[in-house]
Each structure stands twice: as C-alpha cells, then as structure tokens.
Design a protein around this ligand. Structure first.
Ligand code: NDP
Length: 453
C-alpha cells in the first residue's frame, strides 16, 4: 500500500457504502476509511425504508382496531398521537445509527464525520481539511428528493421532511404517482390525514403491471384517498400551513401541506468527479460498468448515485460484487435481472419479473389471474380485494412475472421470487401443494388462463 493511507476509501455511509467498507475491511491487510457528512445508515435507515415501514405499521392499526370489533373484541378507537410515535421512531433510528457505527468500528473501518471530495484519482479531501490517499475510491453517496421547477415550490415538503413534522397536517396534497407518493398517500390516510393526490399520468405506479396498478388505485380510493389522475399542480401560493393550489385541470383548493414526491436525483454534484474524467449521465448518475467501475480505473460507484435499480438490497449486492471483484480477485458482475420488490401501499404490491404488458412485447404469453376478497377482512365486512397473477411464456412455460396485490405481498413475493429466479415453469407452480387456508395458495391453484396474447 505504498504511498496510500487506505486501500479503500468509501464516500457515503448508507446501506451500500457501509456494506462495502466493512466487508472489504475483513480481508487480510485491507485498510478501509469511510466519510459520511450526515448520519450513518443513509436514506434507507434514516429517511427512507425503515422509518417509512414503521409509519406503515402505525397507519394500519386504525383499520385493525375497527376489524377487531367484528372478531368480538370490544376496543375503543382513540386518536393517533403523532408526537408519541415520533419520539419512539427517532429513538429507534438513533439505535440503528449506533448499530451501523458499531459495525464499522468493529470491522476496523476508520470513519470520518465529514464531507469528502475527490481531488485526483487517488486522493480525497475532507471538509475537516484532511487530505487522504487511497488505492481505490468508492462513491456511494445516494440520492435526494427533488421538487419540480414551479414558483413557491419551497412551500411544499419532500419525503425527508415527513419524519420531522411538528404535527400531522389535517390535509395534504401529494404530487406524484411513484412509490413514494403512493406509499405516503396510504400512510397519511391511515393516520387520519385528509389526502388528495395529483398524478399527471393516466394511472399511478408507471412501469408496474397494469392490472395491479388499477387494483391499487381502486383500493386507495375506496379507503378515502382523493386520487386525481391526469392532473398536476399548476400554481401554489399562500403560506406554510395554508397553501392555495390551482391544478392543471383548473381545480382550486387549500391544503395544510403539499408533499412533492416527484422523483430523486443522484448526489453526484460537487464531488469533483467531472474534473477527473468520470462520466455523469444527463440526470447526474455516475456512469459505471457491470463491475461498478467508472472510466477512471481507481474510482468505483454503487447504489442510487449510479441510478441503476434504486433499492437498498440492490446497493448491498453491488457492494458485495465490488468487494469480490476488487479485493477477492474474483470478478463478479452485478446481476440486476429478476429483482423482487414491494411497494408498501395499502394494499401492498409484491412483484417480480415482467408485467403482462412488457411480456406481451417479447412473445406469446398466457395470463393466470384471480381477484378475490381475503378471508380476514371479508369476515370483518370489508370489501377489500386482492390480486394473484402469473404471466407465463406460452412457448417455454416459464413464469415471466408474478404480481401480488394483497396484505403482506412483500413477504410473499420474496419467496415466489426464488422460484421465478430459478426459472420455474407454470407446471412447477402447479405441482406445488397449496397451503390452506391462505391467500397465497391461489398462486398454485390457478388452472385456466384468463387471457392469451
Ligand atoms: P419515482 O420516479 O418512482 O416517481 C416519481 C413520480 O413523480 C412519478 O409519478 C413522476 O411522474 C412524477 N413526477 C416527476 N416529475 C414531476 C413533475 N415535474 N411534476 C409532476 N410529477 C412529476 O420516484 P419516487 O420519488 O417515488 O421514488 C424514487 C425511487 O426510490 C424509486 O424509483 C424506487 O427505486 C425507490 N423507492 C423504493 C421504494 C420501495 O422499494 N418500496 C419506496 C420508495 C422509494 P411520471 O410517472 O409521469 O414520470
């Protein structure tokens, strides 16, 4: 390591950066440093997946208490206490951040609570004034939410702000139709906020299976969300707490809060990358090859800053493949195919593989799908419906896509994802005995295609 302070220097202490740092540091004679300017754990732990999921749990108790009455329980439905929840939420996030710090310290990684900038292909400069040299540099700086370019956009908030609200608003307008918009529409609705959602397209959750999207939209509306499609925000005026909005369809309304869930951009600015010859895509994503290597051989990048598939487990896979390639002498490309994922709407969606629409473009398919009222909520008198769907290649019989819209669909798709990743055929699903009585048994009992295309 002559002339270098570190074998690896990681910029960014989120899921990807922390994993790469601590796994690399476990290799013999590999000295690792990591700089994080904010809190350890990054988007996922501090302002994304983890606090969001805890808010999903909080928001589901309202219906659960109502349903309990049908099951014979005499429970009183009181109001939701945001400040009580928020105190516990942040205590949990503090605990998790501590776990991340301890993991790094325990692995022998030297951490710097500072912002880092690249000076040359092997040198980083920290906001503390320190300059450090490393044989390899890994950029794992993640992304951040963006507001659209409209006047007074700073009257609105972004997803990072939700976890710090002093009080829950009585009403909120959510702009966008992606993961974050739909998840927070459901969460806030469940917590008792009056939710209006504007999405400029013709259906929410663009890119997912159309039948699944339509069912989620229907159920969101049934739960009381005022979802307005083909609608965007045109003007916003007023002040925080009383924001007057005019929509592109001419509607006018006042909301206590406006949440922009209009996408995220990579944190690649002001890192010195352009000066070093590292290519950035139009939106700022660092351009890397299948080994996460940039055009400058000593500089690598993983996670949301590369804008490949922006999911925590993918960043972790990219981190592991990077360590394997660079420090274990075993070149491993990152496999981005057939990634199961979930959208934590209510109802939840779990999905892996191709949508019906995407599969149809590739060749002849058969579609197996069923929609029904699940036993647990139907008994309580609810009309909620779930969807189980398989998209099958008519020639090879392989299951190309599996789409589930149901409570706990995220848990189900993790397991179905193994079969799909293994290349299971429809007949493999058929010869698997059903687990009864469950919702997911329908995934192995659908006998006749509902459509062929
Ligand atoms: P998305 O890219 O999923 O959605 C952005 C939404 O905002 C789209 O509906 C888009 O519309 C709309 N939009 C963009 N620009 C404008 C504009 N100027 N005016 C109005 N609407 C606009 O981003 P998110 O922020 O929801 O999520 C970012 C990423 O984070 C996701 O792609 C995902 O990878 C990850 N994520 C994953 C989660 C999970 O796994 N459960 C949860 C949360 C985030 P259009 O469709 O027309 O482009």
């Amino acid at each position: 390591m002559s002339g270098f302070d570190f074998d690896l220097f990681v910029i960014g202490g989120g899921s990807g950066g922390v994993r790469a740092a601590r796994v690399a540091a476990q290799e013999p004679n590999v000295k690792v440093g990591l700089a994080e300017e904010d809190r350890y754990g990054g988007t996922c732990v501090i302002r994304g997946c983890v606090p969001k999921k805890l808010m999903v749990f909080a928001s589901e108790y309202s219906d659960a208490v109502e349903d309990a009455a049908a099951y014979g329980w005499d429970l009183q439905h009181g109001p939701f206490d945001w400040s009580r929840f928020k105190t516990r939420l942040h205590a949990e996030l503090d605990r998790l951040e501590g776990v991340y710090r301890n993991l790094l310290a325990g692995s022998g990684v030297t951490t710097f609570d500072a912002r880092a900038r690249l000076v040359d292909a092997h040198t980083v400069q920290l906001s503390t004034g320190q300059t450090l040299r490393a044989k390899h540099i890994l950029v794992a700086t993640g992304g951040r939410p963006v507001r659209p370019d409209i006047a007074n956009a700073d009257l609105g908030i972004v997803s990072d702000d939700i976890f710090h609200l002093a009080a829950l608003p009585k009403s909120i307008l959510i702009i966008g139709g992606g993961y974050i918009a739909c998840e927070f529409a459901c969460i806030l609705n469940g917590l008792g906020v009056k939710v209006t959602q504007y999405y400029r397209g013709d259906q929410i959750l663009r890119g997912f299976d159309n039948e699944a999207r339509a069912l989620i939209a229907k159920e969101m509306r049934a739960k009381g969300i005022d979802l307005q499609l083909g609608t965007n925000i045109d003007q916003m005026t007023g002040q925080r707490g009383a924001i007057d909005v005019v929509s592109t369809c001419g509607g006018q309304a006042q909301f206590e809060q406006v949440l922009f869930a209009t996408g995220r951009v990579p944190n690649s600015d002001d890192l010195g990358l352009g000066d070093l010859g590292v290519s950035l895509a139009k939106g700022g994503a660092i351009q890397v090859d299948e080994y996460s290597q940039t055009g400058v051989p000593s500089i690598f990048a993983i996670g949301d800053v590369t804008d490949r598939v922006n999911l925590t487990p993918v960043a972790i896979r990219e981190a592991m493949a990077f360590v394997e390639t660079v420090f274990k002498g075993n070149r491993v490309p990152v496999d981005h195919d057939l990634i199961p994922s979930a959208v934590f709407t209510q109802p939840e969606m779990g999905t892996v593989g191709l949508s019906e629409e995407a599969a149809r473009e590739k060749g002849p398919i058969e579609v197996y799908a069923t929609t029904f009222k699940p036993m647990q909520t139907a008994f309580a008198g609810r009309t909620d419906q779930v969807l189980m769907k398989l998209v099958v290649c008519a020639n090879t019989r392989r299951v190309l896509g599996c789409h589930i819209v149901a409570p706990n669909a995220g848990e189900m798709i993790q397991l179905a994802g193994i079969a799909v990743k293994m290349g299971a055929t429809k007949e493999d699903f058929d010869r698997t005995v059903a687990v009864h009585p469950t919702m997911s048994e329908e995934i192995v009992t659908m006998k006749t295609p509902v459509r062929s295309a």
